[in-house]
Every structure is written in structure tokens, then in C-alpha cells.
Design a protein around this ligand. Structure first.
Ligand code: DGI
Length: 139
């Protein structure tokens, strides 16, 4: 079964949206496999956003992600990577449809409540980054 990495970002945690966001994916019928609340290190944040390393907003992005606790999650379900992206909504507030998580809860591009992997390959990469620590603790 397909897996994806979803994360409630620091703004979503601060605004009390963890329950709302988890509920949307539970109500959809997906399975929550793993969850941890953690304030990311700069190293993890930079690895997560490695594809944006050359972008002018990279520094701001890493600063934001490390600004407080996030909820990192592994979810599972049929076509979950693509469907969860639909449920999350577009990055630009103007394009994020009402009814999507960002359409309902985000009004800026930089603080947009949730991250979701954009491909199966990204999901594998991101799950390895975020859950590597736990794996090494339990092994
Ligand atoms: O997968 P997404 O989160 O929808 O979008 P992405 O992978 O293209 O970008 C990752 C995050 O980087 C996004 O959630 C918000 C931020 N971002 C993307 N493009 C811009 C941006 N932030 C600023 N300030 N300006 C941008 O153009």
C-alpha cells in the first residue's frame, strides 16, 4: 500500500490545527502508521527542503520550519500521495481551493500549515529523513 509523509508545520501546531488536520485524513479512510512531535534541527529542515537550496526563500523556509514543534506523520492508503496533495491544496493562496486544508486555513505562501510529499519517491526520501532518528533509537 502507498505511503506518504505529512507534516503539520509550526504555524499549524501553534494555531491548534493538529486535530483538524489528522481528522481530515482519518475521515478520508487513510491509516496513520507513525507520528511524532518534534522541533526539527536545522540539519533535518535543510535535508527536507534540499530541492529548494538555491531558492531565495530557502533561509526563511528553514528558519520557519525550525521555529517550533511540528507533527511528522507517516500515512498509508490507496493513491495517498496524489490524493493527499489534492486535500492539502495548492501552494499559492490564490490557487488553494476552499475545501482544501490550505484553502480553508492558510492565507500566506510561506506559512501554509501542512506539508505533503509530492511523489512516491519524495515520500520515501522524506520518511527516511524524519523517521531515521526513531529507527536508530529502537534498534
Ligand atoms: O509542496 P508545497 O509545500 O506545496 O510547495 P513547494 O515544495 O514548492 O515549496 C515548499 C515550501 O516553500 C512551500 O510550502 C512554501 C515555501 N515556498 C514555495 N515557494 C515560495 C515559498 N515561500 C516563499 N516565501 N516564496 C515562494 O515563492
Amino acid at each position: 500500500m502507498e505511503k506518504t509523509f505529512l507534516m503539520v508545520k509550526p504555524d499549524g501546531v501553534k494555531r491548534g490545527l493538529i486535530g483538524e488536520i489528522v481528522s481530515r485524513f482519518e475521515n478520508k479512510g487513510y491509516t496513520l502508521n507513525r507520528l511524532k512531535m518534534v522541533t526539527p534541527s536545522v540539519e533535518v529542515a535543510e535535508a527536507h527542503y534540499a530541492e529548494h537550496k538555491e531558492k531565495p526563500f530557502f533561509g526563511e523556509l528553514v528558519e520557519f520550519l525550525t521555529s517550533g514543534p511540528v507533527v511528522a506523520m507517516e500515512w498509508e492508503g490507496e493513491d495517498i500521495v496524489a490524493v493527499s496533495r489534492l486535500m492539502i491544496g495548492k501552494t499559492k493562496p490564490l490557487d488553494a481551493q476552499p475545501g482544501t486544508i490550505r484553502g480553508d486555513f492558510a492565507s500566506t505562501m510561506s506559512q501554509n500549515v501542512i506539508h505533503g510529499s509530492d511523489s512516491v519517491a519524495s515520500a520515501e526520501r522524506e520518511l527516511a529523513i524524519w523517521f531515521a532518528e526513531i529507527a536508530s533509537h529502537v534498534s
